[in-house]
Design a protein around this ligand. Structure first.
Ligand code: AKG
Ligand code: FE2
Length: 229
């Protein structure tokens, strides 16, 4: 599949099901162990940032990320380069939080553009806050994004888009979503008592015209870059 072409036309891919043939039990155990052990020390309330060292040296992490990159052809230096990996657990209370720069539960584009890959680690039904996206040519929103101010709250919200343009991506653990953050998207609401676990990978691109941590990109590239080509 030519991922760059596909993304530039419709902005996203949703593979409902365990497309990467992951051992879901292993994945969930690994996720839980990482998350439980370290979330207290995380700078973020519901997510854990995997460091460059972990991406380079944790064997489970490495195998998983390699599998994703390889399966989708995400190792073309001129197109996409791995930047970050997050473990994200959202729940109902988190939905009610305030005072964030972007409320992810409203249709928005991201101020910092990425290609994001979500791998659902838990089953995500309609009541577990499925990711929603309005398919589009991501170029369409680039002007709007470039007008956004880093410090201004809400200027990346896209309010004038009807809810029925959004696709609700619900699916079992292992389902994969890949999207350009220039397509309007939002996180669905989570019912009380339910949680949603997602692995989130961020890829940068020279097309996105941004400053990145070149040193980190380079070391990750050295490990993951050769995979598909
Ligand atoms: O968690 C979600 O479903 C969406 C989060 C979001 O807006 C993002 O990752 O850019
Ligand atoms: Fe977003």
């Amino acid at each position: 599949m030519d991922i760059a072409n596909h993304i530039s036309e419709t902005g996203f891919i949703f593979n409902n099901g365990n497309i990467l043939d992951l051992d879901i039990n292993d994945l969930q155990n690994w996720y839980e162990a990482q998350y439980t052990a370290r979330i207290q020390n995380s700078a973020y309330s519901n997510e854990l940032f995997m460091s460059e060292a972990e991406l380079l040296h944790d064997p489970v992490c490495h195998q998983l990320v390699s599998n994703i990159i390889d399966s989708y052809g995400l190792s073309n230096k001129d197109l996409y380069r791995l930047d970050k990996l997050w473990l994200n657990t959202s729940n109902h209370d988190f939905t009610k939080r305030t005072n964030t720069f972007v409320d992810t539960h409203y249709p928005h584009i991201d101020k910092t553009r990425h290609l994001k890959v979500f791998v659902y680690v838990s089953d995500v039904g309609p009541s577990q806050g499925p990711f929603h996206i309005a398919p589009c040519n991501p170029g369409r929103y680039e002007k709007i994004r470039l007008r956004c101010k880093k410090t201004k709250i809400g200027d990346n919200l896209i309010p004038d888009i009807s809810k029925d343009q959004f696709i609700s991506c619900h699916g079992p653990a292992g389902s994969v979503i890949i999207f350009d953050t220039n397509c309007p998207h939002f996180a669905g609401l989570i019912d009380p008592g339910k949680q949603r676990r997602v692995l989130r990978l961020h890829f940068t691109s020279s097309m996105f015209k941004l400053m990145y941590n070149e040193r980190r990109l380079r070391s990750l590239w050295n490990l993951y870059g050769h995979l598909t080509s």
